[in-house]
Design a binder for this molecule. Structure first.
Ligand code: HEC
Length: 150
């Protein structure tokens, strides 16, 4: 990807947020929003699952690696939500995402809040705390999926 293209892409991605434009206008088509959020969830899954062998004690605990993994997770966990704007119904999401926007927002907030103790444990390098926080975050993924995902 060349630099001018990248700069244009970054501008295109951030400008609607800066302008506070509704997220539906951010994507040309509903399918684009669906693909985007599914891609974001796949990344979240990859980086969350990467912690599993550490949690299970299958690999030695590498504090720096875990902290780096969790900081990536902190960033990508903010990505899917803007792609659930009005008019982007479908994919693996249930209709209730759009009819119970408060409930869906609460489930996002719970998930994002669960990353705080995970981040703290990763920075501290405490495996027991990390394990407890990991389980808690996993439960918040599942809680949202149970209610909002097909
Ligand atoms: C606030 C709700 C919510 C939370 C929290 C959440 N998800 Fe999801 N997730 C969804 C919804 C809704 C979909 C369906 C998206 C679609 O297909 O349009 C989904 C889809 C997915 C998918 C399938 C993507 C695809 O390719 O179709 C994966 C994998 C996934 N989530 C993993 C996770 C993981 C791992 C976590 C926690 C670390 C998590 N999710 C947290 C709501 C959530």
């Amino acid at each position: 990807m060349n630099k001018p293209f990248l700069a244009a892409a970054v501008l295109a991605l951030t400008a609607p947020f800066i302008a506070g434009t509704a997220s539906a206008q951010f994507f040309a088509k509903a399918e684009d929003a669906i693909k985007y959020r599914q891609g974001a969830f796949q990344m979240i899954k990859a980086h969350f699952s990467a912690l599993q062998p550490v949690i299970k004690g299958q690999v030695p605990y590498d504090k720096a690696r875990v902290a780096a993994e969790v900081s990536v997770l902190d960033v990508i966990s903010t990505l899917p939500w803007a792609a659930f704007g009005p008019g982007t119904e479908g994919g693996g999401a249930l209709e209730v995402v759009w009819s119970d926007t408060n409930g869906f927002k609460a489930a996002q907030d719970k998930f994002l809040a669960s990353l705080k103790p995970l981040t703290a444990a990763a920075q501290e390098g405490d495996l027991n705390k990390l394990r407890a926080a990991f389980v808690n975050t996993g439960a918040s993924c599942k809680a949202c999926h149970d209610n909002f995902r097909k």
